[in-house]
Ligand binder design. Structure first.
Ligand code: FPP
Length: 250
C-alpha cells in the first residue's frame, strides 16, 4: 500500500517569516531602531509582490510577538504608530492587487484604533482571490494552542467532547490558522536559529531556512535564494525517501 503523502511542489504554497534584525541594521548606521522597522516595512512590500509573482498563496509575517511588549515603551509606541499608518496607507493598494488581508493574534490588545482598522481591512479584502497576507501581531504560538485547548475543555465540560477521544485533529479547528494550509517554508532573517514562539503547531513539518541577512537587507534576491533552497529539499513527512518517490509517481 502506498502511504499518503501531503501535496508539495517546488514553490511553497505557504511561507511564514520572522523578520528579525531591524534594530541591528539601524544601530549599525547610527540610526534609531524605528528606522530599521521602517526599512523593514519596505521589504514587506517587496516580499508581498515577490510572493504574488512566484505563485505563493499564503504569506504569514510575525510583526509583533506577545513578548515584544517588554521592549522600551518608546519603541513599542512607534511600532504601533507604524502599524497604524501602514494599515491606513497600504490596505487600498493591497485590495487593488487582489490581496486578502488577515490578522492573527490577540487583536484587541493592540488598541481599539488598530483593531477597528484590521476589522475593516479584513472585511474589505475578504473575497479577494490573490495572495493571502496574514499578519501575526500580539501573537504567540503557545497562546494560540492554549486558546484552542480552552475551547476543547469548554466542549468537554459541556459534555459535547469526550476527553479520551481527543486527537491532534480535534484541536486543529480551534487554531488561528485552521483554514490555511500549514507553512511549507519558514524563513528567519537576522542570524538567530530559533522559532521564538511563532506558529508552533503548524511548523511541525515545515522546511526551516535561516539567514544571517538582517531583515532590512532581505531583498528579492534573498527571497529567491530561500525559494531555491526549498525547491532543492525532499519533504518526507516521516516516510522514507523511497515511499515519497513512489507516492509522487503514483
Ligand atoms: C524584529 O527586529 C522586528 C520586529 C519586532 C518588528 C517587525 C516589523 C516590521 C518589519 C515593520 C512593519 C511590518 C508590518 C507587517 C506592518 P528586531 O527589532 O528584533 O531587530 P534586532 O534583533 O536587530 O534588535
Amino acid at each position: 500500500m502506498t502511504a499518503p503523502v501531503p501535496e508539495s511542489s517546488a514553490v511553497p504554497r505557504h511561507v511564514a517569516v520572522i523578520m528579525d534584525g531591524n534594530g541591528r541594521w539601524a544601530k549599525a548606521r547610527g540610526l534609531p531602531r524605528i528606522a530599521g522597522h521602517r526599512k523593514g516595512l519596505e521589504r514587506v512590500r517587496e516580499l508581498v509582490r515577490a510572493c504574488g509573482e512566484a505563485g505563493v498563496q499564503y504569506l504569514t509575517l510575525f510583526a509583533f510577538s506577545s513578548e515584544n511588549w517588554r521592549r522600551p515603551e518608546q519603541e513599542v509606541r512607534l511600532l504601533m504608530e507604524l502599524f497604524l499608518n501602514a494599515l491606513d496607507r497600504e490596505v487600498a493598494k493591497l485590495h487593488e492587487n487582489g490581496v486578502r488581508f488577515r490578522m492573527i493574534g490577540d487583536v484587541r490588545g493592540l488598541g481599539e484604533a488598530i483593531a477597528e482598522r484590521i476589522r475593516r481591512a479584513e472585511a474589505l479584502t475578504r473575497d479577494n482571490r490573490g495572495l493571502t497576507l496574514i499578519i501575526a501581531a500580539n501573537y504567540g504560538g503557545r497562546w494560540d494552542i492554549a486558546r484552542a485547548a480552552a475551547e476543547l475543555a469548554r466542549g468537554a465540560v459541556a459534555g459535547a467532547i469526550d476527553p479520551d477521544a481527543i486527537t491532534p485533529e480535534s484541536l486543529e479547528p480551534y487554531l488561528s490558522l485552521s483554514e490555511v494550509p500549514e507553512p511549507d517554508l519558514f524563513i528567519r532573517s537576522g542570524g538567530e536559529q530559533r522559532i521564538s514562539n511563532f506558529v508552533l503547531w503548524q511548523l511541525a513539518y515545515t522546511e526551516l531556512y535561516f539567514t544571517l541577512v538582517l531583515w532590512p537587507d532581505f531583498d528579492r534576491a534573498q527571497f529567491e535564494q530561500a525559494l531555491a533552497s526549498y525547491a532543492s529539499r525532499q519533504r518526507r513527512f516521516g516516510l522514507t525517501g523511497e515511499q515519497v518517490e513512489a507516492a509522487r509517481r503514483a
